[in-house]
Design a protein around this ligand. Structure first.
Ligand code: ASP
Length: 469
């Protein structure tokens, strides 16, 4: 069985949905299909998920009478998105009634509370409500596609993630799959129909809707591919291939036919947005190849992500990525290397504040902690600095903001003489100051910390050095 996932742009309108269905029907192995919510039809358009977030926000303000009207208008806009698709697909309009009723039912849960197994009705919290609303995009998209296929006389079926056993941690907006889900989801292998499975959400053990982080339908597809032990996980999007660098920065970047999981992981970490960052974890463990393909050009072979690449010797570098939004905490203390437990105490301060860190390159008497801005508010930052200074009796502690991370990625490149020197040479020629280099224990990448304002220049300089010979 192949697991196939279609992103929001592939579900944006009727023409795309027809194309999606013809892709599904072209190959009998495409039996487990994950769909996103309808995405943008044109650049200024709004994704259904964003419309639902707006609806949820408006509805939460409904004590204010003008907001009641606003939220009703917003609901109608969403229903209209689905209605226009159904009309163009010449479907029975019952599906639109089903979708509208579903949205109203979700809103009513906020208003009236939810009855629990013990019979008590409890209010649902803001975050619980937000996830419930966000999930409606994918859920109704799946119902619509299944109903369209059934209308064509195909044995298709909408699959409810709860019935199938997609059980997630109760972390609203950022859930992770619970290990026992795989066994239950494996039973989907016994279903003979074409299964249309909504992406992006699942249920907590006590029955609440919880979503992955944004873009999480990729993760749904990966979890399912691992659970049913799929022969391949086909991820359909709107590009022919994954490229060596961001096409918004480099004109016509080189398409890359094969990446390894490790390479793709490093690239998506540093801003490659082709796949959700957590996608590969699931398929990597099972060694299931991922094939990124274009819904608008399904004949193109796309890009494969696999365990091993055969051409690592001839192609040492496969991609360059850059991402801003980091800051560093730089700490110095004379004789730091001799102080037992220093690193642990430093990281403990971060742990106490609930902050995850990215990397900690260090010298003999210095250590630098790299943190994403979004993981640490300014207030917490200042508290961490004070604690480091007072509790660890350091010589200096300073904060450097507006840092970008640039990754040069390629399996096995560190065994090649000269890759690092070519990279630093190219950056220096482009006038980019490197504030940190981290090769760490990774065999797959070299990471540079630079000023955010230099990040475009850095990508261009590295691309020219490694791909424009
Ligand atoms: N619809 C969700 C989002 O916009 C999830 C997804 O498309 O993967 O984030």
């Amino acid at each position: 069985m192949k697991v196939v996932k279609f992103g929001g742009s592939s579900l944006a309108d009727a023409a795309h949905i027809k194309q999606v269905c013809s892709i599904i029907l072209e190959d009998r192995q495409r039996r487990l299909v994950v769909v996103s919510a309808p995405g943008k039809r044109f650049p200024e358009d709004t994704k259904v998920t964003d419309m639902l977030i707006e609806l949820a926000n408006k509805y939460m303000e409904t004590e204010n009478p003008s907001y009641q009207e606003e939220s009703e208008k917003q609901l109608q806009l969403i229903v209209e998105r689905y209605r226009s698709i159904a009309v163009e697909l010449e479907m029975n309009m019952d599906i639109v009634t089903v979708i509208e009723a579903d949205l109203r039912k979700r809103l009513a849960l906020r208003k009236n509370g939810k009855r629990h197994d013990d019979g008590i009705v409890r209010e649902i919290s803001d975050e619980q409500f937000m996830d419930l609303m966000k999930a409606a995009g994918e859920d109704n998209s799946a119902k619509l596609v299944a109903s369209y296929l059934i209308g064509l006389g195909i044995n298709a079926q909408y699959i409810n993630p709860k019935d199938a056993g997609m059980i997630l941690s109760k972390e609203y907006g950022n859930a992770r799959v619970l290990p026992h889900s795989y066994e239950t989801l494996n039973k989907l292998n016994d279903n003979g129909n074409i299964m249309i499975f909504p992406g992006f959400f699942g249920y907590s053990s006590d029955g609440d809707v919880v979503t992955f982080s944004r873009g999480g339908s990729d993760v749904t597809g990966a979890v399912l591919a691992a659970a049913v032990k799929a022969s391949v996980y086909e991820n359909f999007t709107d590009v022919d291939s994954v490229y060596a660098a961001n096409p918004n920065i480099i004109d016509n970047p080189k398409p890359i036919p094969v990446f390894t999981y490790a390479e793709m992981r490093e690239l998506s970490y540093a801003g490659f947005t082709v796949l959700h960052e957590e996608t590969l974890e699931q398929v990597y463990k099972m060694g299931i190849p991922v094939n990124i393909k274009n819904t608008n050009n399904p004949k193109a072979p796309g890009t494969f992500i696999v365990n091993e690449r055969m051409d690592t010797d001839s192609v040492p570098v496969v991609g360059i990525a850059a991402d801003g939004g980091f800051f560093t905490i730089n700490v110095t203390k004379y004789m730091m290397n001799r102080e037992i437990g220093f690193g642990r105490r430093l990281l403990h301060i971060l742990e106490d504040e609930g902050v995850s860190y990215e990397h900690t390159p260090s010298g003999i008497d210095s250590i630098c902690v790299i943190i994403r801005n979004k993981n640490c508010s300014v207030e917490i930052r200042n508290r961490i600095i004070r604690k480091i200074y007072n509790d660890l009796k350091v010589d200096s502690v300073s904060l450097h903001e507006n840092i970008a991370i640039v990754m040069l990625v390629g399996q096995g490149m560190l065994k090649r003489i000269g890759v690092a020197s070519r990279a630093t040479g190219a950056l220096s020629k482009a006038g980019v100051n490197i504030s940190m280099i981290n090769q760490g224990s990774s065999e797959v990448s070299i990471m540079f910390g630079i000023d955010e304002k230099d990040s475009l220049n850095a990508v261009k300089a590295l691309y020219q050095e490694f791909f424009e010979e």
